[in-house]
Design a protein. Sequence first.
Length: 231
Amino acid sequence: MISVIIPAYNEQQALQSLRLSIGQLSDSEIIVVDGGSSDLSFDIAVTFAHKVLKSGPGRGVQMNAGARVASGDVLLFLHADSILPTAWYSLITDALQNPGTVGGAFDLQLSGDKPAYRLIGRTASFRSRLLRTPFGDQGIFARKAVFADLGGYRAIPIMEDADFVRRLRTKGKLTFIPHPIRTSARKWEEHGIMRTTAAHLLVLAGYFLGASPHALQKLYRAIFFKPEFKK
C-alpha cells in the first residue's frame, strides 16, 4: 500500500480542490498533517483523509509526523496544491518493481495555460533529471524502510526536499516518472514569473554551493520583500 502524506498550512482552498479529485487516491492511505492552520484546512481534511494530524509548522516536521503513522510500505509526499496523474498508483508500483529502486518523483506541470508555465514545467523536469534532485512539488516517493533508515526529512527551513533526495539516492536508484504531476502556479501568479523563477534559481544555486538553509531562507524571503513569507 502507498501512504500519501500531505503537509498543509492554511490550505483550505487547495484541500477543497484535492478533495474533489480524491477518487484518484482511493487505493491508498491518505494522511494530512496540519502545521497549525488558522483557516478551515483541518476541518476540510477530516472529510476525506484517513488520518489527520496536527504538528508543528514546517514541511519537514509535518512530513515526518505523517510518515510515523503511515501504514504503507511506500510513502508519497504530496503538496496540497498538487494533483496526481490518473494512473499514479500503478506508475509508482511499476517503478518500484526494480528492487534497486528506492524512490523517485514525477515530472512537473504547472496549472494555467500560459506558455511560460509550460516552459517552467518542462525546464523543472529536465533540471530534476539532470541533477537527480526533484523538488517536493513533483511528488517525491520512497520506500518506507529506506525513509526510516535515513531518518526522514531534516528539520531545516528550506530545501528539505532536495536534502532528502540527495541522501535517498545514496541508497539506490531514483526513477523519474514521465507523467506530470499538476501543481498550482499560484506562486508565479502572485509574485510574478521572473521574480519567482529567480528566487528558485538563486536558492538552488546557493544550495549546491553549500550555503546554509537559514541563509537561503533569508534570501528567499528577501526576494519577495516579505520578511514573514512562508513557502
